[in-house]
Design a protein around this ligand. Structure first.
Ligand code: C2E
Ligand code: MG
Ligand code: MG
Ligand code: MG
Length: 292
């Protein structure tokens, strides 16, 4: 039940309309019949360091353009791909594609960019997960310390020793771990007690109207100072307005992501943004009304 709500909560409104006529079984079958290379692509949302106003990395986000059904958002299909196991194949494809594209971009601009990739707990539980990740990095020549794996609290809340051991194994190789949507899951502190992480991501739920909503202010201030205590990087997600960003500036929150700065975009667009002079960048990026 909780899973279903999660799916609907992040789905675009067009998906909501469609999901009534197009049931989960149809999506599940369409996933298995999908041609990965022609139907899927990865978009990248810049992550900005507040101190320098510079793009220091990108988060990879999957996009699915079905030949008949059109764009289907990850909020709708990731949960289904987790249920039917397709996420195993898809997750590997995303990681490989994203590492490849970001490596090419880094080479071309002569600056190593960081890459964050969302990973499902189903992927972690797959035998050989750690080896698969390391192999992909090695094949592409992608430095492990430039890869960040984003996990949700849900993927860790069972505290299965095998899962935690795999996360620690990746971390021992230099890969960074971020907790996505921090504070929305079942056991935020429980996770910090059990597994060593590098970053927490504050979800849009708490950032929206943080400049005017006292409760959001209390929550965000608490999370940011907690991150500081644990010596974790704090990244605020889903910033859409300057006022929200300004509120975060006064907290110990080092990184931001959101439509105010840049929407997720194809790698060529990110390259264009990165080739602009730093002073100009943020203004231009936020003026670009890209919607991909
Ligand atoms: P997430 O990892 O928390 O990603 C953030 C979501 O918020 C993305 O939606 C992003 O496009 C959106 N977003 C970014 N800035 C803003 C903003 O300023 N305002 C608003 N309203 N939204 C913003 P998206 O791409 O639809 O992805 C939704 C969720 O689907 C992701 O949440 C993640 O949990 C999952 N997902 C996406 N791509 C992947 C993937 O490659 N693998 C896995 N396992 N999950 C993925
Ligand atoms: Mg994420
Ligand atoms: Mg998030
Ligand atoms: Mg999420």
């Amino acid at each position: 039940q909780a899973k279903e709500e999660g799916i609907n909560r992040v789905a675009f409104s067009s998906d909501k309309l469609r999901s009534s006529t197009m049931n989960q079984v149809q999506i599940s079958e369409a996933l298995y019949q999908a041609n990965l290379d022609s139907e899927f692509h990865v978009v990248y949302q810049p992550q900005i360091e507040l101190e320098t106003n510079q793009i220091i990395g990108v988060e990879a986000l999957i996009r699915w353009n079905h030949p008949q059904m059109g764009m289907i958002s990850p909020g709708l299909f990731i949960g289904i791909a987790e249920k039917n196991g397709f996420i195993i194949q898809l997750g590997k494809w995303i990681l490989e594609k994203a590492c490849w594209e970001v490596q090419m971009l880094s080479d071309s601009i002569g600056r190593p960019l960081k890459l964050a990739v969302n990973v499902s707990f189903i992927q972690i539980r797959q035998e050989g997960f750690v080896e698969d990740v390391l192999q992909i990095l090695k094949r592409i020549g992608f430095a492990p310390d430039r890869l960040e794996i984003e996990l949700t609290e849900r993927s860790l809340f069972e505290n299965r020793p095998e899962d935690l051991a795999k996360i620690n194994a990746l971390r021992a190789k230099g890969i960074r771990i971020a907790i996505d949507d921090f504070g929305t899951g079942y056991s935020s502190f429980g996770i910090l007690a059990k597994v060593q992480v590098d970053k927490i991501k504050v979800p849009r739920d708490f950032i929206e109207n943080v400049d005017s909503n006292p409760n959001s202010q209390r929550i965000v201030t608490t999370i940011a100072s907690m991150a500081d205590r644990f010596q974790l990087t704090c990244l605020a997600e889903g910033i859409e307005r300057l006022e929200e960003s300004n509120f975060l500036h006064q907290l110990v929150c080092q990184e931001v992501q959101g439509y105010y700065y840049a929407k997720p975009a194809v790698i060529d667009q990110v390259e264009k943004w990165l080739s602009m002079p730093r002073e100009k960048l943020i203004k231009v990026v936020s003026a670009d009304k890209m919607d991909i």
